[in-house]
Design a protein around this ligand. Structure first.
Ligand SMILES: [Zn+2]
Length: 106
């Protein structure tokens, strides 16, 4: 795992434990957002450590698909975390999704 990926995972977890708690109290985010952030973190860990049920990266059980599914639901606010206590480097998530979708087309 490189420095960029370690930063992404760290910021996501710190955002969840800090910024998100305030956002939930303020009603800016909901339990559904919480669920999708948890799902995104788990699927990123699966992706980095290659924890898979089958080898197909386009299969619904793949971490790549899990990342895509959860990110889709929360990207609208995740892209606006620049001024959060723990800003999320979301471009890295989109790089992972894009590299996987272009690989699927090959
Ligand atoms: Zn599968």
């Amino acid at each position: 795992m490189n420095e960029k990926d370690n930063l992404l995972l760290g910021q996501l977890i710190k955002y969840k434990d800090n910024d998100m708690q305030m956002d939930l109290e303020d009603g800016y985010l909901t339990e559904a957002d919480h669920h999708h952030l948890d799902g995104l973190i788990i699927n990123l860990v699966r992706y980095y450590h290659d924890i898979r049920y089958c080898s197909d990266k386009t299969c619904g059980c793949s971490p790549e698909k899990g990342i895509e599914l959860h990110y889709k639901e929360i990207k609208r606010w995740m892209r606006k975390t620049n001024y959060a206590l723990y800003p999320i480097p979301w471009k890295r998530i989109e790089e992972i999704i894009e590299s996987n979708s272009s690989e699927g087309k090959r």
